[in-house]
Design a protein around this ligand. Structure first.
Ligand code: GLN
Length: 291
């Protein structure tokens, strides 16, 4: 227990105690302990690291105990904190949305570079984010590329609520239209897009059932069907008709799906330039199709 004894502890001692408790649940118990303590003390994590000898007062330890118990029960840290950082921005996250992953920053970087190269004011830049979840992709683009107009869809009304709240918090709700839709918006109410981005569910069902995120994060956002490609196939079937000429599709994929996705994209887009980008770990992570 960290509760009463904790009054006489230093930060270092409290961290050591938390780490040994979190070792069973977490791959990164040290990081989790630092982040939880920082939240409790309302200080940055860097402050916690820089003050190992600082004494802790006992009064907020009931709150810490509650947070640690949730983490010990397997709840992901971002849901306990209620916020998570992505692309340098702080997003609200709830169990209704997938927790933003660092590997998705690759998609956002490529999208920003491409949009900036097109040049401001050249033409209206219309972006579609398919399956927006927390809104992390759409909002990162809106914050970093002024003047674009984004449509962000999701099949989950609960996820769209979180995304809208994030867009308002980041002051970009004026340039993003959130729509409840199963992948693409109705073609009768939308013009073709300059850029389509997507981080669809791509984990094969059987694999998903074996990994720790199963039952913790929304299955709807993770389950890619029996071979992981069900949603990717549907997106690739529709995307050619929804992209403007000269447009771009960027879609995140699972590391082992590169060759299969490349071949699906080649069937869907007969005259496009198709490229697979690797993530920092050297795995196929992003499909790029330039039409
Ligand atoms: N990258 C996520 C994971 O590995 C999966 C996200 C997705 O299915 N789009 O858990």
């Amino acid at each position: 227990m960290v509760t009463d004894k904790a009054g006489g502890q230093t930060i270092r001692e409290a961290l050591d105690g938390l780490i040994s408790r979190l070792e069973k649940t977490s791959d990164v118990p040290g990081l989790d302990a630092q982040v939880l303590l920082a939240r409790l003390l309302d200080r940055p994590r860097s402050w916690v690291l820089a003050h190992p000898e600082a004494p802790l007062t006992g009064n907020r330890f009931a709150a810490l105990e509650a947070l640690v118990a949730r983490r010990e029960g397997g709840e992901p840290l971002p849901y306990i904190l209620g916020t998570w950082e992505f692309f340098g921005l702080e997003f609200e996250v709830t169990p209704d949305v997938l927790i933003p992953r660092p590997e998705t920053e690759l998609l956002v970087e490529q999208a920003i570079n491409w949009l900036r190269k097109l040049g401001p004011g050249r033409r209206e830049l219309r972006v579609l984010d398919v399956g927006t979840g927390s809104g992390c992709i759409a909002i990162s683009l809106a914050v970093n590329v002024p003047g674009i107009s984004i449509t962000a869809t999701d099949i989950s009304p609960a996820a769209l609520k979180v995304a809208l709240c994030n867009a308002e918090k980041m002051d970009v709700s004026g340039c993003i239209t959130f729509l409840e839709a199963d992948l693409f918006p109705n073609p009768l109410i939308s013009d073709p897009f300059t850029l389509i981005v997507a981080n669809p569910p791509y984990i094969p069902t059987k694999t998903l059932h074996k990994i720790p995120v199963y039952g913790r994060e929304p299955t709807l956002a993770l389950n890619g069907g029996s071979d992981g490609l069900a949603l990717i196939r549907r997106i690739l079937a529709k995307a050619p008709n929804r992209l403007d000429s000269g447009g771009l599709l960027l879609m995140e994929i699972e590391a082992s799906e590169g060759p299969a996705v490349y071949s699906l994209a080649s069937d869907a887009f007969t005259k496009a330039r198709i490229h697979l980008h690797k993530d920092l770990a050297g795995h196929d992570r992003l499909l790029e199709v330039q039409v």
